[in-house]
Design a protein around this ligand. Structure first.
Ligand SMILES: [Zn+2]
Length: 61
């Protein structure tokens, strides 16, 4: 009998940050998803996509 190892795919979730065009507040994508509508705290709805954080693999010795 072959036992299958079902590896769950590792989903790398990185938070994309958006910054409001008006006030410049940075909101993460997760944060925006939690809101009923995509809107900044200042009421503005236009966001620019900020650069996603660079994922660095650092080996801990
Ligand atoms: Zn704003």
């Amino acid at each position: 009998m072959v036992e299958e190892d079902i590896d769950e795919p590792v989903v790398e979730t990185f938070d994309v940050n958006y910054s409001c065009l008006r006030c410049g507040t940075t909101v993460s994508h997760t944060e925006l998803n939690r809101l009923p509508e995509i809107k900044c705290i200042c009421g503005f709805r236009v966001f620019t996509k900020a650069r996603p954080p660079v994922v660095k693999t650092i080996k801990a010795v």
